[in-house]
Write a protein that binds this ligand. Sequence first.
Ligand SMILES: [Ca+2]
Ligand SMILES: [Ca+2]
Length: 277
Amino acid sequence: MGGDDYTSNSVLAATELYDPNTGTWSLTGSLNTARDSHVAVLLPSGQVLVAGGLGTPISNQPLLSSAELYSQVSGADLALALTDTPDPVLVKKTLTYTLTVGNIGPVAATGVTVTDPLPSAVTFISASPSQGNCTGTSTVTCALGNLAKGASATVTLTVTPTTAGTLSNSARVQGNEPDPDTANNTDTETTTVTTASQAITLSVTVTPQGGGTVTSNPAGITCSGGTCKSTYASGTQVTLTATPKFTWGGDCAGTTTATCTLTMNQDHSVKASFSKK
Ligand SMILES: [Ca+2]
Ligand SMILES: [Ca+2]
């Protein structure tokens, strides 16, 4: 564990295990503090007491006064997160999946591979990894290479849904090293797909009558009481503005500003309650 690296003029925190059966060294969990010429004592608990030594740079090494208890751990815990945008999405419009792979450690991961068997109801457009390369169009396989402890990489996948309904996409990641927790190696994302011909209605209810006004951009809603309705093309972003003092409800519930923006991929129903004059 630890030692000097003359190439980088620094001391090391890296720790390796030697396997006499194969004659090979493999990385295991690192020291918290990089050091060389330190004391290392195996305790009855199995932990190693590591104390003192010399720090970085090796050309002018400071004496270290710190100590740490080292527990040998191994493996690379890879984790995958899958997200989609937009959701809902219209048929034949671009749906983007983002796959983020992280290495929780403790050791560096090699041969990191992401596999995403795409849902049958999508057409593959592109796969763009932040490192490495991707192949395949029905099952996308991305060879991302190495990931240091704490590092992450992303794959941006674009597809177009072919039919309305609900898409479910699952992807997984694996590396060459043992993974101490495989539960976080897979993730699933569902997406609602709608058709452009479906009527998209925005309904705004204002109470009390004459208490205030809600207007929309794009135009369509000018409501000072009762329930007002307007239809919009799918995917339109509609911003509602209420004047004066008001409380939002329905699909704008929780909004505390004077404006509320909705994406018209589904029917929306909004309530605006104004304080009495
Ligand atoms: Ca894992
Ligand atoms: Ca989703």
